[in-house]
Design a protein around this ligand. Structure first.
Ligand SMILES: C[S@@+](CC[C@H](N)C(=O)[O-])C[C@H]1O[C@@H](n2cnc3c(N)ncnc32)[C@H](O)[C@@H]1O
Length: 241
């Protein structure tokens, strides 16, 4: 069964507070890294998977995109995103597993920190390839496998001694207490992410593991832990001709 934890009242409250006040890693790590991989968006059709509040729609349209569709499993996220709808921007409340991927419609598919909530990415990546135009681009970020392997957080005695990794090769569900108990995430290896892209019909163009810069740390000291182990894994693929 698909998890829809973002519609849990307590989770939504906690996550909204974090995301809307830029207290997480999105603003300084995830978004700039994804931006650095984007092509010129002028006149392009964009699909955003697990779009959340739909913040990327504003950026895409500002950068000249012709159309933007955001899809998300959470009714609460989508109902807020819908406030951003206009003639170029549309939001659909739908799990990425059930979306009816149109043939060769999009130039760019983006997904920001969503696929670690999804059980079968191989099928989804094939669907994405099908829905992309020739040489279309697919960029996604996920919680880094170094983090999802154990999901226990830092090993702490007096200070945060180290980040423990275990069962790296065991690709399965993990449970994490994050705002609520037992949030389900799917751990898979870097190899699986990369090969799912290749097998799905993409050439891999770039892999990023963003780390906070000195300048970022001057503004956000709390991101220091992310210099010790990578929080996010980002890949960019281009549909094979
Ligand atoms: C960490 S949030 C990121 C939201 C947005 N991409 C951003 O960067 O602000 C993850 C999002 O993925 C959505 N999500 C999780 N599982 C999903 C699924 N199976 N299908 C569609 N969306 C899903 C959640 O509802 C949530 O909005």
């Amino acid at each position: 069964m698909k998890q829809n934890v973002y519609d849990n009242h307590e989770f939504f409250k906690g996550y909204s507070e974090l995301r809307k006040n830029n207290k997480g890693f999105n603003q300084y790590l995830d978004e700039p890294a994804i931006d650095s991989l984007l092509p010129n968006l002028e006149n392009l059709n964009i699909l955003d998977m697990g779009c959340g509040f739909g913040f990327f729609s504003t950026k895409a349209i500002k950068k000249g995109a012709k159309s933007y569709i955001g899809i998300d499993i959470s009714e609460k996220m989508i109902s807020e995103a819908k406030l951003l709808e206009n003639e170029k921007v549309q939001f659909i409340n739908c799990p990425v597993e059930d979306y009816k991927y149109p043939d060769e419609m999009f130039n760019v598919v983006v997904s920001s920190v969503c696929f670690h909530y999804v059980k079968d990415i191989k099928f989804i990546f094939q669907q994405i390839a099908k829905s992309l135009k020739k040489s279309g681009i697919f960029i996604f970020s996920v919680e880094h496998p170094v983090c999802t392997a154990l999901l226990k957080g830092w090993y702490t005695e007096k200070t945060k001694e180290h980040w423990p990794i275990d069962n790296y090769f065991q690709e399965s569900k993990r449970y994490q207490n994050w705002f609520v108990e037992n949030v389900v995430k799917y751990h898979r290896t870097i190899e699986t992410y990369a090969n799912s892209l290749i097998d799905g019909g993409f050439n891999i163009e770039k892999i990023l593991e963003p780390c906070p810069s000195k300048e970022t740390l001057e503004k956000r000291k709390d991101l220091i832990d992310h210099t010790r182990r990578p929080p996010i894994l980002i890949m960019k693929g281009r549909k094979k001709c």
